[in-house]
Ligand binder design. Structure first.
Ligand SMILES: [Zn+2]
Ligand SMILES: [Zn+2]
Length: 270
């Protein structure tokens, strides 16, 4: 049994993550153009027509840019909750009716033999969620666009062996950076994005519960650096005695990133 998790794009210009396991192939979000999504999938040997669906976290454009074209062109089912559907249809009214399965936040559902659990996250969208995907004891999770650490999402992803976790910004870089006050307030606010330090803090807790591979994701181009995010997380893991137990990689903004592979509860970045 094997499960793979691969960020195709990550950051404010577009987010998309490929997850495969238990005979099911999914995308979480389609935030780049359909053509770029298709090309990225081809690069990892996947034909877009072989996808079983697209799970949508929330309606911000960096998560749905390619959605309309992908589902009109290929008839792919798009899984979203009621609030996110409202947001998607405001921006993309032409989604065919056959493509609109709806789930309830907090309630598990199945795609083939794979269990999907959407969980609530604090973010400034209608009804934003993260996901865990599980098949025969292998479990991975996606948690990005998260304003702050809180118990509900931490406990939802606890026990995931592999995670895509947001490390959006360095607080000092935001405070000293070029952004206008309104934007700074949004990013740093409780419904904005997760900073490196909070990502590190969350990951230490999650490492205690069994997380063994993480891809740091949704890094800001202006308020973060890949090595800064990596070092912040790495130092926290070292201080907590988890150095060497968690494989840490950083998701790239505009190209396919390292794939996390789960096999019989062993996770490695390849
Ligand atoms: Zn967002
Ligand atoms: Zn986003």
């Amino acid at each position: 049994m094997r499960m793979t998790l691969c960020p195709l794009f990550s950051g404010s210009s577009g987010n998309s993550i490929y997850i495969a396991g238990g005979g099911v192939r999914l995308l979480v979000d389609a935030g780049m153009s359909a053509a770029r999504e298709e090309a990225a999938l081809r690069e990892i040997g996947v034909n877009v027509r072989d996808l079983d669906g697209i799970l949508v976290t929330h309606e911000h454009v960096d998560h749905i840019r390619g959605l309309g074209v992908l589902c009109r062109k290929h008839g792919l089912p798009v899984y979203a909750n009621e609030g996110t559907w409202r947001g998607i249809l405001e921006k993309e009214p032409g989604i065919p009716a056959r493509c609109v399965p709806t789930f309830y936040t907090g309630e598990d559902f199945y795609i083939g033999g794979v269990n999907v659990r959407p969980f609530a996250i604090p973010h400034d969208a209608y009804e934003p969620v993260g996901f865990t995907v599980e098949s025969r004891g292998l479990r991975c999770g996606v948690a990005t666009d998260i304003g702050h650490i809180c118990e509900p999402w931490i406990s939802a992803v606890a026990g995931c062996q592999a995670l895509v976790l947001e490390a959006n910004h360095d607080v000092e870089m935001v405070e000293r950076g070029p952004y206008p006050q309104r934007l700074r307030k949004r990013i740093l606010g409780r419904n904005g994005h997760l900073c490196n330090a909070d990502c590190a803090k969350a990951l230490v807790e999650l490492a205690k519960k069994g997380t063994r591979a993480v891809s740091l994701a949704h890094l800001s181009a202006d308020n973060n650096l890949p090595e800064l995010a990596y070092n912040t997380v790495w130092e926290a893991l070292c201080d907590a005695g988890y150095a060497g137990e968690v494989c840490v990689s950083v998701a790239r903004r505009d190209r396919v990133s390292d794939m996390l592979v789960l096999e019989d509860e062993v996770a490695d970045a390849v």
